[in-house]
Design a protein around this ligand. Structure first.
Ligand SMILES: NC(=O)c1ccc[n+]([C@@H]2O[C@H](COP(=O)([O-])OP(=O)(O)OC[C@H]3O[C@@H](n4cnc5c(N)ncnc54)[C@H](OP(=O)(O)O)[C@@H]3O)[C@@H](O)[C@H]2O)c1
Length: 285
């Protein structure tokens, strides 16, 4: 998909962090964008900012939604369809993290991480695909993480959901390849210009080690566009050391896992030792 004028994209997790950057690049290209998150006030602020991108003829629709609520998701899809009559792109970006020693993480926290990050993405995609089939095509983008490539210490629940999104994307591509529907997965490293990592830095007072690297939300948003325009199955967005380490892990798991552990364990342990934000069981960190 390269012609963006008149296209319609739903972006979840659009009230802050990466989602705002993704919505912006879509509007800049001329797509109509549906902004999705729970915080209606933040979405309204984002919509006002986007409407100031004067060259754009895009329309921006705000639909406050809890992605873990099936009735909310059904309302989101029908509202989008009524407003625009089509759904060309779905970006499943909403996500929460949770770094904690695994023996201490609550059952509720595990469930909410899985619900927000993985189950909701599958439910929303399931609701959107019939529209894409009817109109003859579409593209789903799932926001995974480098944590989906190698399970992180102290972040098992998070890593599982991100690995699940990689598998989900592969299944979608395999199943719909002959019906003009495609899917891509984006695996960002820590973003240093907004998003969950900012909160981690604030809580720990330190940044990621050089071997783990970093990226920017802006680069992640550009990757979303590249994935759709060039139909990329998977894009890893991070400074250089990570990609060769993942290749090494694929061919030599013992060594690859050891390197990732050495590079990241101390940083993640520090994050896991900090008290989480008070509403973290349901709110994006
Ligand atoms: N930033 C990074 O370093 C990084 C790295 C790798 C992957 N990622 C992934 O990128 C995605 C975006 O992360 P971010 O850093 O931009 O996080 P963020 O700034 O915390 O934003 C998370 C977004 O998800 C929304 N959200 C959370 N729970 C929701 C729910 N139940 N229903 C609807 N929306 C919900 C939040 O909005 P409300 O609170 O208003 O609902 C917010 O808009 C996540 O999937 C994350 O795992 C981020």
């Amino acid at each position: 998909m390269r012609d963006w004028q008149g296209r319609v994209a739903i972006v979840t997790g659009a009230s802050g962090g990466i989602g705002v950057y993704v919505a912006r690049v879509l509007v800049e290209r001329g797509a109509n964008v549906v902004l999705v998150a729970r915080s209606a006030d933040k979405l309204a602020t984002v919509a006002t900012e986007l409407s100031k991108l004067t060259d754009s003829k895009s329309r921006v629709l705000v639909v406050p939604t809890d992605v873990t609520s099936l009735p909310d998701l059904e309302r989101l899809v029908s509202r989008t369809h009524v407003e625009f009559g089509q759904i060309d792109v779905l970006v499943n970006n909403a996500g929460i993290d949770g770094y904690c020693p695994f023996e201490k993480i609550s059952h509720e926290r595990i469930s909410s991480i899985v619900d927000v990050n993985l189950t909701s993405a599958m439910h929303l995609t399931r609701l959107v695909i019939p529209h894409m089939l009817k109109q003859g095509g579409g593209h789903v983008v799932n926001m995974s993480s480098t944590a989906g490539q190698v399970g992180p210490a102290f972040g098992a629940a998070y890593g599982v959901t991100k690995a699940g999104l990689i598998a989900f994307t592969e299944s979608l591509r395999a199943e719909y390849a002959d019906r003009w529907i495609s899917a891509s997965v984006i695996c960002p490293g820590f973003t240093n210009d907004g998003g969950i990592y900012e909160e981690m830095k604030r809580r720990t007072g330190r940044g990621t080690p050089a071997t783990v690297g970093y990226t920017t939300a802006k680069a992640v948003a550009k990757a979303v566009i590249k994935a759709i325009e060039q139909d990329k199955p998977e894009l890893i967005v991070n400074t250089p050391p990570m990609r060769p380490i993942f290749v090494l892990k694929a061919i030599w798991p013992t060594l690859g896992n050891w390197i990732v552990r050495q590079a990241s364990r101390r940083f993640l342990k520090k994050i896991a030792s900090q008290p989480e934000p008070s509403d973290s069981s349901v709110k994006a960190a």
